[in-house]
Each structure stands twice: as C-alpha cells, then as structure tokens.
Design a protein around this ligand. Structure first.
Ligand code: NAI
Ligand code: 15L
Length: 269
C-alpha cells in the first residue's frame, strides 16, 4: 500500500485527537477531522455523530485511510456504549467499505484485556494473543471493534491495525501508567507505522512507549516498523515518591486494567 496521504481522524476534538492533530501533519498527512463536538481551531472539521451513516459516507469519501478515535472513552451504561462505540464503529466500517477505503487504524484499548493479571517480577510480558478479558462495557466495545476489524478484513479485504492503547497523555500521572504509558510522540510514530506498513491484514498491537516497566509485548507493533523512542522511567522517581510502588494486596493494582477492574471512571468525565 502506498503511503497514505489524506487521513480521516475521528474523535478529533478529544484529548488524543488534539494531540494527533498537532503531530501527524509532520509525517505528511493531510487530516480531515470529524467529531460530534466542534473541533477547536478547526472550522472545517466535520461535526457529525457516528450514528449518521450519510455523514460518514461523505466524510470517508476519497480518503486513503482512517484513524478511528471517536467514541466513549470511559465506562458508561451499556446502551450508550452500544450506540457510540459498537454501532458507531460498525457504521464507520460500513461507510469505509462502501467508499472503498483500504485501511483503518482502530483505537482499541488495554481494557479489552483489562482483567489480565498484571505481570509481577520475573513474569513474561503479556502477549498480543492473550485471551480477551474486557474489564467494562467500554472494554467490551473495544473487543467488539477488534472482531469487527477481523471480519471486515476476512470478508471485504479492508485492512485494520487495532492499537490497544495503554495510556496516552503528555506525561504518566500514576504508577500504573509507568507500565502502559505511550508518549504522544510515540503514538504518532505508531499510527504512522500502522498507516504505512505493507500487508497488515488485521493486526493487533500493543500501544506503549519503550517503558522500563513495560507489562506487554510490543513485537507486533515493532514488526510494523514502530520504533518507540520514549520511556516513562524518567517520571518514576516522582510518581513512586508521591504514590508508592504498586501493592500486591491492592485489588486496584492486580490487573492490567487497574482501577477499571474495580471502580471504573465513568463517562462523561
Ligand atoms: P476523548 O473522550 O477525549 O475523545 C473521544 C472523542 O470522541 C470526543 O471528542 C467525543 O466528542 C468524540 N465522540 C464521542 N462520541 C461520538 C460520536 N457518537 N460521534 C462522533 N464523535 C464522538 O478520548 P481520548 O482519550 O482522546 O481517546 C481517543 C480514543 O482512544 C477513544 O476511542 C479511546 O477509547 C481510545 N483510547 C484512549 C486512551 C488514552 O490513553 N487516551 C487509551 C486507550 C484507548
Ligand atoms: C483508556 O482506554 C481510556 O480511554 C483512557 O482514558 C485511560 O484511562 C486509559 O485507558 C488507561 O487505561 O489509562
């Protein structure tokens, strides 16, 4: 596949969308933006709900690829997750299929496998084919998205890289994040690799920086050409001084998904 040039970025008004709007143009992409909310500083952005199939068809027409970030990004009642994340992702894939878009980068999440026990000292890294263990309806919707992506590859030849994002923020803010953090710059590197690698079919990758305290295996991401440059360890001394190390007796610290397994943060935040 030739390097994608015009890319639809859904969820452009959100936290990650805003970071990617700043970083991806340097890779040569022309971004078309979409969100249900107005996108600050971008009057040309398409304001549309993922439920609006006609708007989605117009939005995807002529793009080389899609980065799909839009949706509910925390736990919510099932009916809301169903509409925004499950049906919404289906509508986007249908629009992409109808308009002949070749590739989607899907923002999956660590919460698709959130009930996976967190590795302790000496344990192997979590492999990318670890069984799905969603920790919330939110995580369940990401698990659905990965299966939808597999279906559209097998049935329609529409390629997807499903990126199980750990925590992508300018800095890690918790000790757990030291293990799953992805710097925004590494996220842009990973999305670029996902957009340009040859023959990805449906590939699932873990999305993190090259953290000293990494919990999961990055090899399928590296196989796409991703070379993370950042490491959360530079934040470790301050975070552990403030919060302490992870506690084996604390249920919030028992799983990859952390507090999403015990007391998930709820939408809207
Ligand atoms: P966010 O909540 O800041 O942004 C999500 C955006 O989607 C918002 O701008 C919202 O208006 C839009 N949206 C919600 N429902 C919509 C609908 N029905 N139609 C159109 N737009 C809609 O979330 P954030 O942090 O930017 O995350 C982006 C994506 O990455 C989400 O899918 C999230 O699940 C995923 N993700 C993010 C992680 C992170 O660390 N930021 C970690 C793992 C996954
Ligand atoms: C996610 O999937 C959420 O969208 C994001 O808000 C973070 O909480 C992240 O996971 C995380 O696990 O830190």
């Amino acid at each position: 596949m030739p390097a994608a040039r015009t890319v639809l970025l859904t969820g452009a008004a959100g936290g990650l969308g805003t970071l990617m709007r700043g970083l991806l143009p340097a890779y040569g992409y022309e971004l078309r933006l979409l969100d249900i909310a107005p996108v600050e500083g971008a009057p040309d952005a398409i304001v549309a709900d993922l439920a609006d199939r006609d708007a989605l068809r117009d939005a995807v027409r002529g793009v080389d690829a899609i980065i799909h970030l839009a949706g509910i990004s925390l736990e919510a009642p099932f009916e809301k997750i169903l509409r925004a994340n499950i049906e919404g992702t289906y509508h986007l894939y249908e629009a992409a299929r109808e308009e002949g878009v070749r590739r989607i980068v899907f923002a999956s999440s660590n919460h698709a496998v959130g009930f996976t026990p967190r590795p302790r000292a000496g344990d192997p890294l979590i492999p990318v084919d670890t069984p799905r263990r969603p920790d919330t309806f939110y995580g369940l919707s990401k698990s659905f998205g990965e299966d939808l992506a597999q279906l559209y590859w097998d049935r329609h030849g529409l390629e997807t890289v499903s990126v199980r994002i750990g925590s992508c923020y300018p800095e890690p803010t918790t000790v757990r994040m030291l293990s799953v953090w992805m710097s925004p710059e590494d996220c842009a590197r990973l999305f670029h690799a996902a957009l340009t690698a040859e023959g990805v079919g449906h590939t699932v990758v873990h999305g993190s920086s090259a953290n000293t305290r990494l919990w999961w295996d990055l090899s399928s991401a590296r196989a796409l050409g991703y070379e993370p440059q950042d490491d959360s360890e530079e934040y470790a001394a301050k975070l552990t001084a403030d919060q302490g190390e992870l506690d084996d007796a604390n249920p919030d610290h028992a799983h990859l998904g952390g507090h999403f397994c015990t007391n998930p943060p709820r939408w809207p935040h």
